[in-house]
Ligand binder design. Structure first.
Ligand SMILES: [Zn+2]
Ligand SMILES: [Zn+2]
Ligand SMILES: [Zn+2]
Length: 113
């Protein structure tokens, strides 16, 4: 599966190819950028706060908050649910998630959810 992001409305779409561009809530056509193949690795952009599960590090280009994403690898998908009290991100990982680069500034404050 391929993951695309619209940098106008921040919609993340998974599918076999480039998604249909019609009907962006932000007006006109969606402006999709290919991010990555879907997979088990959580990545969070500390600028636009988009959280994705991908096979490898997502593409840098096309951040809705300006030019390039700043992705941080949080961890591999697993059975334990965590939520950051500061930025509100929620992940389900095998081990405790990475703490660096919370979008709210400084480090994430992960609590078992
Ligand atoms: Zn859109
Ligand atoms: Zn971003
Ligand atoms: Zn956080």
């Amino acid at each position: 599966m391929k993951m695309h992001l619209c940098k106008k409305c921040k919609a993340v779409v998974e599918g076999g190819g480039t998604p249909d561009g019609k009907g962006c809530p932000a007006g006109g056509m969606h402006d999709y950028t290919y991010i990555a193949e879907t997979g088990p690795k959580y990545h969070l952009c500390s600028k636009c706060r988009i959280l994705v599960k991908t096979f490898a590090k997502p593409a840098d280009f096309g951040c809705p908050e300006g030019a390039y994403h700043e992705w941080t690898f949080l961890g591999e998908a697993g059975p334990n649910a965590w939520a950051c009290k500061r930025c509100g991100a929620r992940v389900e990982t095998a081990a405790a998630p990475e703490r660096a680069n919370c979008p709210s500034g400084g480090i994430h404050d992960w609590k078992k959810a």
